[in-house]
Design a protein around this ligand. Structure first.
Ligand SMILES: *Cc1c(COP(=O)(O)O)cnc(C)c1O
Length: 689
């Protein structure tokens, strides 16, 4: 048996513990024999909750308890919501105050059994910190806390008067010492110690020890009860050895784990008070106090119905979880992986080579060149980037909806019907022509950058039209934050490209100067990726980097940020002479093995790369694409390798020592990497590496 298959007794005892908790809340033997009832509900059943704490301590990594605490907190809040209507109905909120609400939330719970959750959370916190501060003393401190708790619980009657004052202060903060501060830590700690210990107990001796401890605890409980000492009866001195030996005993029996029992027992714990209420409500049909003197019946019915409902709850939550997982399985088909470290590397490098006092204004248009605009902008925000450019108002709005901070400049034309988006989402609009500036001004106060056409002949005011540019600055509603131009021949430093680029720059800076003479000092920008790499001396307040940021240029300092991956969906044999794929364009010239991939041209794999024009990587080997690339699928030749269904194929990225870049694919498809990356389809889910 593996480690996981050993402690199955815990799962079975959880069920017993859950039933014992029901007995505490129904007193089944009350009418039959009050002493027997005390024995069952005040003594035997008092092992239930400590047991739950101990298994939690046993299975939780108390050094790194974050995930356990998060899970418990979510559960606590959900269960609290479930019980809130009931607790309001039952008067838990009479004399409501913030202090009381807080006290209930942190200690007592909003319904009588819910104290368990905050106690468990607080207990885990305490044990975590005790072990961190001093692992040696953690146990002693937990014992001291427990002893303090005992005198506020079953030994309350013999606490001396000065102590009573101390406790009255405590009880103004919480109702019982049976809580996360005094009760839970020792049991959580015991569970975790028993997990770590390698000492093998002799089962026979453990049985005897457990029996002796339990007899002593029984005697202790009855003595206290007869002398009327307890204020509450959850905490006994002999509960600790009893639990220790009981737990060791359960742990020594090696049977298979039953995870489903964990869930059912948890649901029984959560749901049984609700069942009790419903049963009492229904019983009123027969008589007002039907269950008086019929406690055993109430107990049995509660146990049975709690069990049935718990099974339903387990089935329903399991189905819901499976469906949720199915809907959120990003790597099931074709997906893009984003390497945030590569992105950071590129940001740092581009900042280093940027002109003095200029800031990055990354282009995150077209879904950040297929990288996922929101994800990329969020990461860039974390790296201190405070300006972005996009192509459309919708792209800008999308970023704002996801909390992206900083300036967002729309580089393209926005239809007047979308002007309200500019105001609402605080987007800056490019002025694409003089007429357009007037339309924007008529709409109302809008932040703008003026586009200057210095040679691209695409958008913006022609650089000769200085007068118009001046007049735009005078328009009363427009807030002109910047002016910019775009270089059309910055990809190389060949003499012709360089002279054209410098001409564009000169035209642009002439305008900047004349504006300064008129007292206008907008931010200025003209460099995109290649401009920055080749002509950084042209300066500017912003650099609008796109493809360089994503590592899509030939530069050893810039790393590719995106990997495009997919899965093998089927592997089959094809015989010599058989055609493969649409249109009979590829024919097997010998017996071969082919595999299908879950990626096609709708996902951004250019159809032009059909019939062997490109390869994908599987286990570090190149597999050529054969036949025509389909809309959702592609076929590869895997005759030279071992491949099975579900294997990952890398379309862009590395595998073993092999690497395929967006540039390589672009070159094969006779285009640029920007084209390849921005074409990645919306069906491709983006996730972090
Ligand atoms: C897309 C775009 C950029 C970014 O271009 P890269 O070459 O990818 O850096 C910069 N400025 C304008 C106006 C753009 O349209």
């Amino acid at each position: 048996m593996t480690e996981n298959e050993k402690s199955g007794m815990f799962d079975w005892f959880r069920m017993i513990a859950a039933i014992l908790v029901i007995s505490i809340h129904t007193s089944p033997l009350e009418t039959i024999n009050p002493y027997a009832d005390i024995f069952l509900t005040r003594i035997i059943s008092r092992t239930a909750v400590p047991f739950f704490f101990m298994v939690t301590g046993f299975y939780t990594n108390l050094e790194r308890p974050k995930s356990a605490i998060l899970k418990l907190t979510k559960m606590y809040l959900a269960v609290t919501l479930l019980y809130l209507p009931l607790s309001i109905y039952s008067g838990y909120f009479s004399g409501f105050s913030l202090g009381k609400a807080l006290k209930m939330l942190v200690f007592d719970g909003y319904y009588y059994h819910l104290w368990y959750f905050p106690a468990c959370i607080m207990g885990i916190f305490i044990v975590h910190f005790l072990e961190k501060i001093s692992a040696k003393n953690a146990f002693a401190i937990a014992i001291i806390l427990y002893i303090i708790g005992v005198f506020g619980d079953s030994y309350y009657g013999i606490a001396l008067p000065p102590l009573k004052i101390f406790y009255s202060i405590l009880f103004s903060v919480f109702s019982y010492t049976r809580n996360g501060l005094f009760f839970a830590p020792i049991f959580l700690l015991l569970g975790s110690i028993l997990k770590k210990t390698s000492v093998k107990f002799d089962p026979k001796k453990v049985v005897v020890a457990a029996e002796i401890s339990f007899v002593l605890m029984t005697a202790e409980a009855f003595l206290l009860k007869c002398s009327n000492t307890p204020r509450h009866d959850s905490m006994y001195v002999f509960l600790i050895p009893t639990m220790l030996f009981l737990f060791a005993l359960l742990n020594s029996v090696k049977i298979r784990q039953q995870p489903i029992l964990r869930k059912i027992s948890m649901w029984i714990y959560i749901i049984h008070p609700l069942i009790i209420i419903v049963l009492r409500g229904i019983s009123k049909i027969f008589s007002e106090n039907f269950f008086e003197k019929r406690e055993l019946l109430l107990f049995i019915l509660t146990a049975v119905f709690s069990f049935i409902f718990s099974i339903f709850a387990v089935i329903i939550t399991r189905k819901a979880r499976n469906l949720y997982n199915a809907l959120h399985c990003p790597t099931a088909r074709a997906w893009a992986e984003i390497d945030v470290n590569a992105l950071r590397n590129n940001v740092e490098f581009l900042r280093k080579i940027s002109p003095k006092n200029s800031e990055l204004m990354p282009a995150v248009k077209a879904n950040a060149y297929g990288h996922g605009a929101v994800l990329i902008a969020q990461e860039l925000n974390k790296m201190g980037v405070r300006a972005f450019c996009v192509a459309t108002a919708d792209e800008g709005a999308e970023l704002r909806k996801h909390g992206i901070r900083g300036e967002i400049l729309i580089l393209g034309y926005t239809h007047p019907a979308q002007f309200p988006l500019l105001r609402f989402f605080r987007l800056s609009q490019t002025i694409v022509s003089y007429e357009y500036a007037k339309m924007l001004n008529n709409y109302g106060k809008i932040h703008c950058h003026i586009g200057i056409d210095t040679g691209m002949r695409r958008l913006g005011i022609r650089s000769e039209e200085q007068g118009k540019i001046q007049r735009i600055f005078e328009m009363k509603n427009l807030v002109i934050d910047g002016i910019f131009t775009h270089l059309s021949a910055d990809e190389t430093t060949s003499p012709s490209d360089m002279s054209f680029t410098e001409q564009q720059s000169e035209r642009f800076y002439n305008i900047v100067e004349s504006l300064a003479e008129s007292g206008y000092y907008p931010k200025v920008h003209l460099l995109a990726s290649y401009g920055l790499l080749n002509y950084s001396y042209l300066g500017g307040d912003y650099v609008r980097v796109g493809i360089a940021l994503y590592g899509g240029v030939e530069n050893t300092k810039l790393l590719p940020v995106l990997s495009l991956k997919t899965r093998v969906t089927s592997v089959r044999k094809v015989y010599k002479g058989e055609p493969i794929g649409y249109g009979l364009t590829s024919v097997a010239n010998e017996d071969m093995h082919v595999a299908s991939l879950a990626i096609g041209y709708a996902d951004g794999l250019p159809r032009a790369l059909s019939d062997g024009q490109c390869s994908v990587l599987i286990n570090g080997q190149r597999a050529p694409i054969i036949g025509k690339i389909c809309m959702d699928q592609a076929i590869i030749d895997v005759s030279q390798m071992q491949v099975k269904q579900g294997d990952i194929a890398v379309v862009i990225g590395t595998s073993g020592d092999e690497m395929i870049t967006a540039n390589e694919i672009a070159a094969r498809a006779d285009t640029i990497p920007n084209d390849i990356l921005s074409r990645i389809g919306s069906r491709v889910v983006v996730c972090k590496k």
